[in-house]
Design a binder for this molecule. Structure first.
Ligand code: IPM
Ligand code: MG
Length: 376
């Protein structure tokens, strides 16, 4: 409890692997700035999980770290994977790795906002007139589908060759709950959902389409619903990304399409994400926030990674877990202004800017925050 009696939220930082520690350090500076200057009261803990932890201890995550993760109001996560991953048994990743956290916390709803910045139109690989005005959210189902389906494995056949199997499966309930998130989000945005599947070849896709269509009619008559095959969606993202408001899709298509969509913004380093659990009786939900970029082995240890994905993930935590939308706006505006002022990490520097280091970028965001507001 804080002195005014309000419950103090627990935020757990898990830097993880690769560039994770470098970008989470910058998000932590922003968090501390908010505590110091905006009256934000949170309890901040730090634990680790990942391949590095596995190499040191034989476990991806200690029991204490796992317990803290289960109890946290929000987790801010860096990155998972990279070299050494193949040494970790898959069952252990499904239990204690990122996939384990997602499943144990039931973080079924992954939101990945894709929004272009006018100041970055020069570094996007897309033509400015195509990318300009892009503003949509990918709502990706995160705890089912081929990532978790059984049976899975590699077996040896009688002729000595091998067979690898994964299973794509979705139940009505799993489709309904992620579709509700997408429809509710669209109702607060442009009122349009594009549901993406492969109903032309997959039975799980046929069911996906049927359930989403029924739910729209029964519960969200005000939303305009379209359906698109995943292969066509990959093309539409490139030729006309501004057509989308909310994209609703499964675990695997969401993974693939969100990396593709990142290119529209200019760099994977820019994208934040929120992974949310079901709403509890008290109105709160478990949540994990992480940049979409992953470990980036080529940049690791060079202080060159773009911390924007991590800092904007913190902004999403402020919005969805901490009830601080004004602070989220402040952080997002400060990042926008930093980039507009020409401060760029290597991935968004293009040929026109001299790249700054990860901490220099973080420092520039803090300077913009200082400039931007009066203290509470
Ligand atoms: C992502 C990542 C993860 C995924 C990996 C690290 C397991 O690519 O969050 O998009 O495939 O979900
Ligand atoms: Mg991915």
């Amino acid at each position: 409890m804080s002195s005014d009696g309000a419950r103090v939220a627990n935020i757990l930082l898990i830097p993880g692997d690769g560039v994770g520690p470098e970008v989470i350090r910058e998000a932590r500076r922003v968090l501390e700035w908010l505590c110091g200057n905006r009256g934000l009261k949170v309890r901040v803990g730090e634990r680790n999980m990942g391949i590095g932890e596995y190499e040191r201890t034989g476990s991806l995550m200690s029991d204490e770290a796992f317990a803290d993760a289960m109890a946290a109001d929000a987790i801010l996560f860096g990155a998972f994977g990279g070299p050494g991953r193949e040494k970790v048994p898959h069952e252990h990743i499904l239990d204690r790795g990122l996939l384990g956290l997602r499943r144990h916390l039931d973080l079924f709803a992954n939101l990945r906002p894709i929004k272009t910045l006018e100041s970055l139109s020069d570094t996007s690989p897309m033509k400015p007139e195509v990318a300009r005005g892009t503003d949509f959210v990918i709502v990706r189902e995160l705890t089912s589908g081929v990532y978790y389906g059984e049976p899975r494995g590699i077996e040896t056949l009688s002729d000595g060759s091998e067979k690898g199997t994964d299973t794509q499966a979705y139940t009505t309930g799993e489709i309904e709950r992620i579709a509700r998130v997408a429809f509710a989000l669209a109702a607060r945005r442009g009122g349009r959902v594009c549901s993406v599947d492969k109903a032309n070849v997959m039975k799980s896709g046929v069911l996906w389409r049927r359930v989403v269509t029924r739910l729209a009619t029964e519960e969200f008559p005000g939303i305009v619903l379209d359906h698109m095959y995943a292969d066509n969606c990959a093309m539409q993202l490139i030729i006309r990304p501004t057509q989308f408001d909310v994209i609703l899709t499964d675990n695997l298509f969401g993974d693939v399409l969100s990396d593709g969509a990142a290119a529209i913004v200019g760099s994977l380093g820019m994208l934040p994400s929120a992974s949310l659990g079901p709403e509890g009786a008290d109105g709160t939900r478990k949540a994990l926030y992480e940049p979409v970029h992953g470990t980036a082995p080529d940049l690791t240890g060079k202080n060159a990674a773009n911390p924007v994905g991590a800092i904007l993930s913190l902004a999403m935590a402020l919005r969805y877990s901490l009830g601080r939308p004004e602070d989220a706006d402040l952080v997002e505006d400060a990042v926008d202004r930093t980039i507009a002022a020409g401060v760029r990490t290597q991935d968004i520097a293009g040929s026109t800017h001299t790249p700054v280091s990860t901490p220099e970028f973080g420092g520039a965001v803090l300077a913009e925050l200082d400039r931007g507001i009066g203290k509470v």
